[in-house]
Structures are given as structure tokens and as C-alpha cells.
Design a protein around this ligand. Sequence first.
Ligand code: G4P
Length: 531
Amino acid sequence: MGTLEKEINRRRTFAIISHPDAGKTTLTEKFLLYGGAINLAGSVKGKATARHAVSDWMEIEKERGISVTSSVLQFEYDGFCINILDTPGHQDFSEDTYRTLMAADSAVMVIDASKGVEAQTRKLFKVCVMRKIPIFTFINKMDRDANDTFELLDEIEKELGIATCPVNWPIGSGKRFKGVYDRDEKCVITFSDTEKGTKEGETKVISIDDEEALISAIGEEAMGTLNDEIELLDGASAEFDLDLVQSGDLTPVFFGSALTNFGVEFFLQHFLEMTTTPLPRKSDAGLIAPAENDFSAFVFKIQANMNKAHRDRIAFMRICSGKYEASMEVKHVQGGKVMRLSQPQQIMASERKILEEAYAGDIIGVFDPGIFSIGDTLCMPKETIKYEGIPTFAPEHFARVRQMDTMKRKQFVKGITQIAQEGAIQIFQEFNTGMEEIIVGVVGVLQFDVLKYRLENEYNVEIRLEPLPYEHIRWIENKEEVDLNKLVGTSDMKKIKDLKGNPLLLFINAWSVGMTLDRNEGLVLSEFGRD
Ligand code: G4P
């Protein structure tokens, strides 16, 4: 195997999806304890450092003390080169969070054992399902009182529609958490609280057949319950099947406690074995295999700089095939130009490191003088391939934009169109009129502030945003077959169109979506927009 192939095969690129507070940051930090050299792109928003993380992208970021940038982080473990993509939550949840999932080959879903499946996890999960990438579940906080294990699994299956296969099984929870049972090795790994565990605690591994040792380690009652549960589980749960895992139809489930560092390395080891090497990607020239092709990449995110003194932007790209070397010439397919990537770097928390080389599976950030758009392809100068575009994800907040000074119409249209092209917001128009009435849609409400701030600071245009009550947007998949004027909608439905003239429907209530589908035979609606 050549060096290129070896380097690519040892790469694992995944995103962590969870609802805020489930323990994503804590788990990531524990992963890093096991890793060697750490490259931080953006920052792990560790509580102590988050507010001071060096990131001059946006003043809003500083003002609010939150990280607007989704970050990428690279570390080495056991011969693997691991790229973790962070998917920010809270107010900084935005369309970028979804787009980040387009650059990942698998996802780790962290669930709080006492809360089960929560809203943000559900949203991010939908994107993973659309991409059919493998999903691994880590049920966290077992050192706290947890929901019934069978009920948790049932909830995942019913709410998310994916089969589950527990790899280990918890013995109690909270104060009575005794450890986990490793179903493959048929042994119990005992829990010991390490007080916020900077290291792994002292665990014992006891065979399930060693009754005496088990009774002394976990007690008779816990052992009895465990035996009953194992029997139930063996009869009821799905068999482990790696093909189903890799096609995203079955999620392996692990139990642990990130805070006390219990079950984290177990998870990491099993996850690395089960997840995939960098996946081939669809292009207009067919599937592009990572190791058999020269350099190619696509842009999945563009980060604008809010600081007026530096009007630069950073384009984040995922390398899909081959190797990137500093100063090599590449072709920007959509721009039709051969160029050298300017300052290729991994964006570090406190410094930006110029990259010498990177391989398929890696993420790089490059200086963008305003030429890249989301979804653009880069490849070798002699080639011309285009990767499949990145869909537009459903915004959940809408507002009508009112311009304060109508004399500045031109700047306003230019500014708002550019910001929309960068992918920070989506803009729509009334179905039957032009640009005079603009409706803006965002995934996270913070983007409204970003829009206002940028229009004022970069384009010198003041706006007022009037919130609209809509929460659900649907693209019409079969727009050629549907006569919009004859569509029978609900009273809370509004027809709009995007800048390309594609028709869309807005709804206030979720049930109206179903109602509209019922009333219009043959209508196909989608939560993702594709060109
Ligand atoms: P997030 O990135 O998903 O938002 O979650 P984060 O890791 O920041 O964790 C949220 C809170 O849950 C933190 O507590 C963290 O310490 C706690 N936590 C994470 N994993 C576990 C676990 O396995 N067991 C228990 N008991 N708690 C866990 P906090 O009080 O908000 O922050 P801190 O003051 O402890 O840093």
C-alpha cells in the first residue's frame, strides 16, 4: 500500500451531534486525553476557555461570548488520524451546523440518559439520515439517575426510526451505577468514580460466569437484574450487522459517563473499528474514490469576517480525494480558474497553522477573496469535476425585511444578496412580486443579528426586521407537475419563491404540512432544497 492510501485509510472524519448540555464538549475533551498531538481548529468550547477563545472572526462572537464558527479538531489515536467536526448548539445553531454534516463520514450522537432524544439531536439526525452515514450513539451521564434503558432504546427507535444494537449494557445508574456489561466479551467492566476523571478510574473486568467476583463487585441484586436484562436483550434486540451500521440503518449504542471518563475509551476503540474510512463522493463524473484519484475538495462552509479592517473570508473545504500539498496549483471549477490556494490552514484556537499537506478526509480552511460559494469544487488543473451540491436546509425563523432609508435601495439589494450567497441567510420573495418585498429565513435566530450587523457595518444600510409567524418551510420537489395557482392549502399557508424562482410553501403549524399533502394528490414536499 502506498503512502497516500495508508494516510487516507487511517483517517476518520466524524461530527458529534447532540442537544446542548448532553455532554458533547466533555466527551470531546476526554477523547483528546487519549489523543497525542492535538490540532484545534476553532476551539473546543471548554467552559473555562470558551469566553476567551481567540477568535477574531466576528465581533458578535466576542460580545456574546459564544462561538459562531463550527470548529474542526484533529488528533491522533492508536495510529488513526481523527477529524472531529463540531456542530454548535444554543443560539449559534445555524445552517452551517447542518452543512458541517455534509463534510462528515459518520456521526456520533450523544444523548443525556435522563433526557432521551431532544430537539436539536432530532434535527441533526435528519440530515445524517438523508446522507445515509453511519450513526453511533453514546448515552451519557450514567453516573446520574437515568431513564430505563429499554425505554431509552425504544425512544431512539421510535422517534428517530433507526434500529439500535447495544454494544454494552449499563448496570444501574446514578448512585447505583456499577458499570457496564460488554456483550461481545461477556464480561462486566466496573465503574469507579474518578472525580471529574482526568484519567480513567480503576476498573475491574470480570467474566459474567465468575459469580463470586461479580457478587462482591456489584452485589447480588444488581447481578440478578443484569442477568434478567441480558436474557431479555439477547431475545429482543437487533443483531449486530456492520453492513447495516455502515448504511445508517442500525446504530450501535454505548453507555458511559463522559465526566467521570467511564466508557469513553471503550467507545472510541469500538467506534474506530466500526466506522468508515473517508467515503467516496458523488460527482458529475460518477463516484470519486478517495485513494485512487488526485486532489479534489468541495467547499462546505464560508466564514465571513465581521471585522471591517479585515474583509477576508475563510472557505472551509473537505478534501475528498488525493493529497493537498502547500503551493500546488488547483482548479476552482465553478470559477473556471487555476489558482494556488492562499494561506491554506487549519484554523487554530489561538493561532493559525499553515498547512504543508493534507489528505482526503481532512478539512482545510483557505483565505477566500470572495470567489468561492458553498458547494464549489476544487480539483487538479487538468480535470473538471463537480461534486454534488449541498442542499439548502429548512430555516425555522422568518422575518420581513424593512429598509429604513429607501434611497439606499441598491446597496441594500447588493448587501442582502451577497450575504445570502455566502449562505448565512436565505432570502425569499412574495410569490407574485419582485425584490421590493424581501422575506428572510434563518435556521438560528442569531443569524438575524448577523444580517443586521453586517448590513450596517459593511453596506451602510439600516434595516428593521418584522418577525413572521411561520416555522415550517417546504420545497416543492415536483414543481414542474404542480400548478401553484390551483394548490389547495391551509389558512396558515403562504406561497413564496426563492431567488431562482423556485416555489416554496410556508406554514405556521406542522400539521398543516400533512393537511396540504392530503388535499393535493401527487404533491411532493421536501425539507431540503436542491438545485
Ligand atoms: P455540551 O457540550 O453538549 O453542551 O455539554 P457539556 O459537555 O458542556 O456538558 C454539560 C454539563 O453536563 C456540564 O456541566 C458537564 O460537566 C456535565 N456533564 C457532561 N458529561 C457528564 C456526565 O457524564 N455525568 C455528569 N454527571 N455530568 C456530565 P455544567 O455544570 O454545565 O458545567 P461544569 O461547570 O461542570 O463545567
